[in-house]
Design a protein around this ligand. Sequence first.
Ligand code: ADP
Ligand code: MG
Length: 389
Amino acid sequence: MLNVAVLFGGRSGEHEVSLISAASIVRNLDAQRYRVLLIGIDKTGRWHLQPEALLRSVRNEGASLSIDTAEHGTPEHRTAEHGTAEQPSRLVLIQPGAGLRLAGTEETLPVDVVFPVLHGTFGEDGTIQGALEIAGLPYVGAGVPGSAIGMDKEIAKRVWQAAGLPVTPYMVLRRSDFDTLEDRALVDCRRVATERFGFPLFVKPARAGSSVGISCVESGDELFNAVRTAFRFDNKLLLEPAVPGQEIECSVVGNSVPTAYPPGEVIPSHRFYDYDAKYVDPDGARLEIPALLTAAESAEVQRIAAEAHRAVGADGMSRVDFLVHNTKRTIYINEINTIPGFTSISMFPRMCEAAGLAYPRLLDTLIELALNRYREEQELSFDYAALDD
Ligand SMILES: Nc1ncnc2c1ncn2[C@@H]1O[C@H](COP(=O)(O)OP(=O)(O)O)[C@@H](O)[C@H]1O
Ligand SMILES: [Mg+2]
């Protein structure tokens, strides 16, 4: 049996999505092969070991995941109710070089591999991955640089451009470029955006997700509000021309030699694939697998997706999203998600499944890839003094 710690919840705006993704993963992890430890991260960022009962109810009764924070107590704040032998602390701490342990105890949790099921900020952006590196634990998915590059839509595009891959045209706006939002810089930006891209155009935070803070702008007059909205979520924004056409997604699995599966397509019923279309409106989007592309186009999407995954260093898994122009048929990479949605109806597992990789086998593969990468990294030397010998 392999001990798998599933990390879920998290500090991001995608906390609730993570609960659903993680519940699906728990149900699909082969109970014959894995002993699952559930660690919920609350919205303040604390890690809580969840009771066994939650695991059973999620597995057997299809219950949803939640985070039980009631049982924790920090060593300084121990009372009769907290951290006693009868009711031990459930707060999980990182031990540098030695895994995870419960606060106030010397007990190291039995963890062979961690499966972070955390979307967005503080989960998909390299921060949790850094913590797991410090703990010395193998984990599923991209490492620190792959996660951080994948999260930043500007840096990812620069990396892809350097690799000769096609990306949606863009310009970057930084908060520091403006004294106030209404000053000359915004006027300049409006002129440049109008001349370069025309309308409609998209304004988006560089490092967010779930379409939060994104607007599709029809005229220069709307630009100010869109910029102000996006600056609520990040200090760096991207402006892009709206690409009229198809939204294509492609699942990629593997480390340095990844496999890209045949793409699927998202057909939003809204003006674009906004937050409501993703999570609120049950008819917000139709998902088509396979995508409505020619065989040659699908093959090209797969080729680019695998290259895009490699270029950012997205180990394990990623979903690479594309925009395909409806008349010119140009294929642009839109973005990469290094911890894609994992609910049973999410595109990532469904596209793998359509290609013959069933959800439980996909999880086996991801865990194996995590252990392989860890083993390879263990062989590296960090002891430069040894070079003198
Ligand atoms: N340049 C663009 N052209 C057309 N649609 C876009 C463009 N950029 C974003 N969109 C729309 O906005 C949605 C969210 O944008 P995206 O860049 O994928 O950010 P997120 O990380 O929030 O998913 C996309 O799924 C698509 O519907
Ligand atoms: Mg997206």
